[in-house]
Ligand binder design. Structure first.
Ligand code: PMP
Length: 417
């Protein structure tokens, strides 16, 4: 499985893994559309869009062409004191799809860095308007915002980063919302957040949440009313609201932005992942003019900021949203996932089944062991990577009915341990 060219695999440290005992991995030689080609030529459907970023399938032609053309002209140039057409063209394209009023775009290298930027913007904003004591952030239990220090500090303190608690800035957490998406709203569900805002409001620069869908730490969908209430209460108290749409953005939950379910808008929004259709790293923190204009000089400037290759890719990727009926596809995928996954409630190892948009989750009692997962991937020809308590799918929006059927079947195998 693991390609061990000249023993190199023993020297490559993999994500969330031991360097001493590297996990076995498939080596991928090519990818296209729904498919990744594994080392021995086996073609596997990518059931998780390569960590949820290849939303339109792998290697979309227009995006790859855009990168190729851009590489011939200007692969990179620093972004301080200089600018370039790919950044300006992407900005024009993004302004057409971003929620109105969010129109100051700070490009960052990855989702985690975009979150760092959003937190720093919030702190700088509060200083700029004469409230320097507001230098803490509130967030939700069950949330996930990335793996860098600031992003970990606002992710679930009992989640995957629990071991770093001593290092992290001290932030404030409200309980995970209990009212689920699609259930009747219960006003009591907002009480704990309201109490936190009452108690700590004078220390808070911002509240950060993943709107509607808590991804990596919880795989959980909550009620849109929670976001409307949060918007109202932040407004009353001069607390900024940050929506992390890195996972939810660009259609994943069925709306272009998950916040659209609530009709609530943030002051700062983070985007990433599907921004370049899974081809090259790029993210952004996008602020309202009110926030941006108050800040004299934002103190952040990554070396590869607004990399022209990434900007060209992102422009082509965003334009793909107009090239096919992604919304219709996501709706169909949602109903196929519901129909396919609901019966798995009967599997004794399955605790819960959750579906929204192109996200399908089986919460399980016990996770299949890595060897069983690798064997199942090979036998079913479906690439899935269960972790924590979850066997889940986030397929590309181009998944056909038959693709979804195969993904669902593979999830059933992985959950039934
Ligand atoms: N925020 C959310 C909601 C995410 O899902 C992720 C990645 N899973 C991140 C931030 C971090 O993004 P990246 O991995 O690009 O740093």
């Amino acid at each position: 499985m693991t390609n061990n060219l000249n023993g190199a695999a023993a020297h490559i440290w993999k994500p969330y893994a031991s360097a001493k005992n590297p996990p076995s991995t498939f080596n991928v030689s090519r990818s296209s559309g729904m498919t990744v080609v594994l080392d021995d030529g086996v073609e596997a459907l990518d059931g998780i869009s390569s960590w949820w970023c290849a939303s339109h399938g792998h290697a979309p032609k227009t995006v790859v062409d855009a990168i190729r053309q851009q590489a011939l002209k200007l692969p990179h140039v620093m972004f301080a004191g200089l600018s370039h057409e790919p950044a300006e063209a992407l900005t024009q394209t993004l302004l057409k799809v971003l929620p109105p009023g969010l129109d100051k775009i700070f490009y960052a290298d990855s989702g985690s860095v975009a979150v760092e930027c959003a937190l720093k913007m919030a702190i700088q904003y509060q200083r700029a308007v004469g409230r320097p004591e507001r230098n803490r952030i509130a967030a939700l239990k069950g949330g996930y915002h990335g793996d860098t220090i600031g992003a970990m500090s606002v992710s679930d303190p009992d989640g995957m980063h629990a071991m770093f608690q001593g290092l992290l800035p001290r932030q404030y957490f409200a309980p995970q919302p209990q009212c689920r998406f699609g259930q009747p709203w219960d006003e009591n569900d907002f009480d704990a957040m309201n109490a936190l805002l009452d108690e700590r409001g004078s220390e808070l620069a911002a509240v950060i949440v993943e709107p509607i869908f808590q991804g990596a730490n919880a795989m959980y969908f909550y009620h849109p009313e929670y976001l409307r209430r949060l918007r109202e209460e932040c407004n009353k108290r001069g607390i900024l609201l940050i929506f992390d749409e890195i996972a939810t953005g660009f259609g994943r939950t069925g709306e272009l932005w998950a916040q659209n379910y609530a009709g609530a808008k943030p002051d700062i929004m983070c985007i990433g992942k599907a921004l370049t259709a899974g081809t090259i790293t790029l993210a952004a923190a996008v602020a309202s003019s009110t926030v941006a204009d108050a800040i004299l000089a934002f103190m952040h400037g990554p070396t590869f900021m607004a990399n022209p290759l990434a900007c060209a890719a992102a422009k082509a990727a965003v334009e793909l949203l107009d090239c096919y009926d992604w919304r219709g596809n996501v709706k169909r995928i949602e109903s196929e996932l519901k129909a396919g996954l609901e019966p798995f409630r009967a599997i004794p190892n399955v605790r819960d089944v959750r579906v929204l948009g192109a996200v399908g989750v089986l919460e399980v009692k016990q996770l299949p062991c890595p060897d069983f997962v690798m064997k199942t991937v090979r036998e079913t020809g479906v690439w899935l990577r269960p972790y924590g308590k979850f066997v889940y799918t986030m397929p590309p929006f181009i998944a056909s009915t038959d693709d979804v059927r195969r993904i669902v079947a593979a999830m059933g195998v992985l959950a039934d341990v």
